[in-house]
Design a protein around this ligand. Structure first.
Ligand SMILES: [Zn+2]
Length: 418
């Protein structure tokens, strides 16, 4: 009994979580050249190892080949110039990609110059990466091989955070950033078991998302600025297509387009950050659909517009913002017939086409706006999943990220759940 009491008086238990912060860096011309070389070497190692893996895989199904960047260095001494951890990370990523894709009979892609992502990741070992304060407005980050790089610390890094790795990247408009990943110890928050206020978001085509409450819909007005930018990008893109590839005006135009893309991306991000922040503050749980937007855009030829809407980005932001407060994001199975189902009588309308924005239920006569109905169904299904989980259903496991996957439930099996 005494022991029990003592435990209660102790400090609240803590957990280690991963935290990421991004900062602008201003490398010197010399440092830029080394960064570009590193991008190139990473691409070289990726392609070299991948080529080897593919031919080896054909002969030795599923067995691993252990060529490392260290082996490549003997043949290609220029690899010694750059940060060796960057190359190790390329190998790790490649191994992961191969394991995943070979099992499905696919292969990872080769990287092409000019189309490749411009970034590399290095690891923190024995203080090899360190932030050095000189003055209030003058700070540097020490990086392997690069030495001291000027960094703009627009936010201070909380004490006690342990650096894990750093990713150096260059954006399409030629700016350099570093994103630092830390292990942070935070007080563990007890996960909520009661959910008074629950919101659901469904993906919607003309606007971006619709919400079950109706308070958090994104209207075309909210994103007009974004559509405007999109028009501008298309215009500049047409100009680019008339230019001679590789000419100086071509690269200038390419940078200009890169800048516009960046602007659009940043605005969208800002907008979604605000929305997710408010929703995570006001609601105890949020329901979303577990659809794969990439598959969807390919299958339906929606192309870019599906990516643009940021449904995926919103889900990610909601997940960690809710988790920080001991709240839950529920992902409803993608096979759940959210749009085809009548949210009053639960009859499925199998004739509903993607183009039908409004419909009337043949069984109970309710008139529907497609998105609102689908959102209502998501909300009901999500609440059902939450109740099952809170009631101790062992088939539902809450991930440490605070995401509850409702995959195992068969929506047809339950009737009126409110
Ligand atoms: Zn009905």
């Amino acid at each position: 009994m005494m022991e029990g009491k003592a435990e209660k008086n102790e400090k609240p238990s803590t957990i280690i979580v991963s935290r990421c912060m991004e900062f602008r860096i201003n490398p010197t011309e010399e440092q830029k050249i080394l960064i570009w070389k590193t991008f190139g070497c990473c691409r070289f190692v990726w392609n070299h190892l991948l080529d080897e893996r593919i031919s080896y895989e054909k002969l030795n199904k599923g067995r691993l080949l252990n060529t490392t960047p260290a082996h490549l260095k003997k043949e290609h001494p220029f690899l010694n110039e750059i940060d060796s951890m960057a190359l190790c990370n390329v190998q790790l990523n490649l191994n992961q990609a191969c394991r995943k894709l070979f099992a499905k009979g696919k292969t990872p892609r080769f990287r092409k110059k000019g189309k490749d992502k411009r970034s590399y990741t290095t690891n923190w070992i024995n203080n090899n990466i360190e932030i050095i304060h000189v003055r209030d407005d003058e700070n540097y980050i020490r990086l392997p091989k690069l030495g001291l790089v000027r960094i703009i610390l627009h936010r201070s890094i909380p004490g006690g955070w342990k650096m894990k790795h750093a990713t150096v990247k260059e954006t399409a408009s030629g700016k350099f950033f570093i994103s630092l990943t830390f292990d942070a110890e935070i007080e563990s928050i007890e996960t909520k078991k009661e959910f008074e206020k629950v919101e659901a978001f469904d993906y919607s085509m003309p606007s971006l998302v619709v919400s079950a409450s109706g308070e958090n819909d994104i209207t075309p007005d909210d994103i007009r600025w974004y559509r405007n930018l999109e028009g501008k990008i298309a215009k500049e893109q047409r100009k680019l297509s008339r230019m001679e590839y590789g000419s100086s005006s071509y690269w200038k135009q390419k940078h200009k387009i890169g800048k516009l893309h960046e602007k659009a991306r940043n605005r969208r991000k800002d907008f979604l950050h605000k929305l997710s922040h408010d929703v995570a503050r006001d609601f105890d749980a949020v329901i979303v659909e577990d659809i794969n937007l990439q598959h969807m855009s390919q299958a339906l030829n929606f192309g870019k517009s599906v990516y643009d809407n940021g449904y995926g980005m919103l889900r990610e932001m909601l997940a960690y913002k809710l988790n920080d407060q001991g709240k839950i994001l529920v992902k409803v199975d993608k096979f759940f017939p959210s749009s085809k189902r009548c949210s009053v009588c639960h009859e499925n309308n199998h004739d509903l086409k993607l183009s039908d924005r409004e419909w009337t239920c043949q069984s109970c006569g309710t008139d529907y706006d497609r998105d609102k109905n689908s959102c209502k169904n998501l909300l009901d299904e999500g609440k059902y999943i939450l109740n099952r989980w809170a009631g101790g259903d062992s088939s539902l496991i809450l991930a440490p990220s605070g995401v509850l996957n409702g995959k195992k439930l068969h929506p047809q099996a339950h009737g009126n759940v409110r």
